[in-house]
Design a binder for this molecule. Structure first.
Ligand code: UD1
Ligand code: UDP
Length: 374
């Protein structure tokens, strides 16, 4: 019998970090041909992840241009996917999350009457929530990281093909974090980890463009200026909109290290060593709790309620004073810090990829039993 052809499609950094372990898991299955198609919605940041996980895509749409609009991304992905699907002839396409690549990948699979597996699912703000909803109505299989995610789909009357698997990002973390890790970015080896409070910062979301991002940058500046015991380490996203805000409001502040985006393994090991995290990233809210690091989320809302419930993630909003107050509490009040700094794993146990591959095999009749859920 011919092998089952499963094509993973992704294009941005976070999708890549969460899909690479799955591409490898699928490749290890004798009855599956694991194919990988990247849109390169992100170019350098995607390539960096591919390099860390040593994955060579079978197809590359190479769509990125600077300051790309949402419609440009979607239309270029759709056109490019036609050729990829015609050539690689997948039996099923896997997409991840809620980006424009995710939506376009699912839609072109639908146009080609190819089954769709949706890895990861959550509620999010503009524009991601619409992508998620649209993919939810197209998908055949749903790999939910948590029971909560599954319940959300049930509320939308999606009842078939749901599997709670855990989040593949925890699988990724297990392969990257090491106690004696040596950074290739020399500056990171020299940081005063025990002596000072290293705060890891990221910020990139479209919903924060404009006033919120300005407030965030000014808050970070104030925190660095007022607290001699901290060092802020901020790998800055390559988006020109983000870089502009950083240059205007944060660059030049004392105790702030503005660096280029880090390869995923460097990032994960830096997170494991830092004091706390301040971010608007979705992925960091899943990773930091697993490493026992408190997270302040610089957004108006979070789509990661599990980590908030577990006590390691707190929303601090996008108002300068609020951000500064909440950060300084964690910097100065050790009881408040200790309360948040414990490792929890609401997002997975590191076996999500195995469960997803099992579920696919089961769905295609290659395995008798429905896989155990997370
Ligand atoms: C996208 C996703 C968002 C995700 C984020 C992760 C959508 C709508 N948004 O947002 O959900 O959280 O990725 O980072 O899909 N750029 C480069 N090189 C790179 C990457 C980006 O130069 O390697 C620049 C380009 O100018 C690009 C801009 O960054 O136009 C923004 O990238 P884009 O993919 O449009 O949006 P993100 O804000 O990254
Ligand atoms: N990340 C990375 N290098 C960086 C910043 C982030 O490898 O310099 C990783 C991070 O550990 C997480 C993912 O990228 O796994 C999150 O991506 P991003 O914040 O771009 O997107 P989001 O999670 O908000 O969709």
């Amino acid at each position: 019998m011919d092998k089952l052809r499963i094509m993973s499609v992704f294009g941005t950094r976070p999708e890549a970090i969460k899909m690479c372990p799955l591409v490898k898991e699928l490749a290890s299955r004798p009855e599956i041909e694991s194919l990988c198609c990247v849109t390169a919605q992100h170019r350098q940041m995607l390539d960096s992840v591919l390099e860390v996980f040593d994955i060579k895509p079978d197809w590359d749409l190479d769509i990125m241009t600077p300051r790309q609009t949402l419609s440009t991304i979607t239309s270029k992905c759709l056109t490019g996917m036609d050729e990829a699907i015609d050539s690689l002839k997948p039996d099923m396409i896997l997409v991840h999350g809620d980006t424009s690549t995710t939506f376009a990948g699912a839609l072109s699979a639908f146009y080609h009457q190819v089954k769709v597996g949706h890895v990861y699912d959550k509620y999010s703000p503009f524009p991601e929530e619409m992508n998620r909803k649209l993919v939810s109505s197209i998908a055949d299989l749903y790999f939910c990281p948590t029971v909560n995610n599954k319940n959300n789909l049930l509320k939308e009357n999606i009842t078939d093909g749901l599997f709670v698997t855990g989040n593949t990002v925890i699988d990724a973390l297990k392969t990257t974090v090491r106690e004696n890790y040596r950074f290739s970015t020399e500056e990171l080896n020299r940081l005063p980890y025990g002596e000072k409070k290293i705060i890891l910062v990221t910020c990139h979301r479209r919903e924060n463009y404009g006033e919120p991002m300005k407030n965030i940058m000014l808050a970070l500046r104030q925190i660095a200026e007022q607290n001699r015991e901290v060092e802020l380490v901020y790998p800055v996203h390559l988006s020109p909109v983000v870089r502009e805000a950083v240059d205007k409001y944060l660059r030049g502040a004392p105790r702030v290290h503005l660096i280029d985006p880090l390869p995923a393994d460097e990032m994960h090991n830096l997170m494991a060593r830092c004091y706390m995290v301040m971010t608007d990233s979705g992925g960091l809210q899943e990773e930091a709790p697993a490493l026992g690091k408190p997270v302040l989320v610089m957004r108006r809302e979070t789509e990661r309620p599990e980590a908030v419930e577990a006590g390691t993630v707190k929303l601090c909003g996008v108002v300068q004073d609020d951000i500064v107050t909440m950060a300084e509490r964690l910097i100065r009040d050790s009881a408040a810090y200790t309360q948040m700094a414990h490792a929890v794993n609401p997002y997975g146990d590191g076996h999500a990829c195995r469960r997803i591959a099992d579920a696919i095999e089961w769905r295609f009749g290659l395995r008798a039993d429905r896989p155990e859920e997370f």
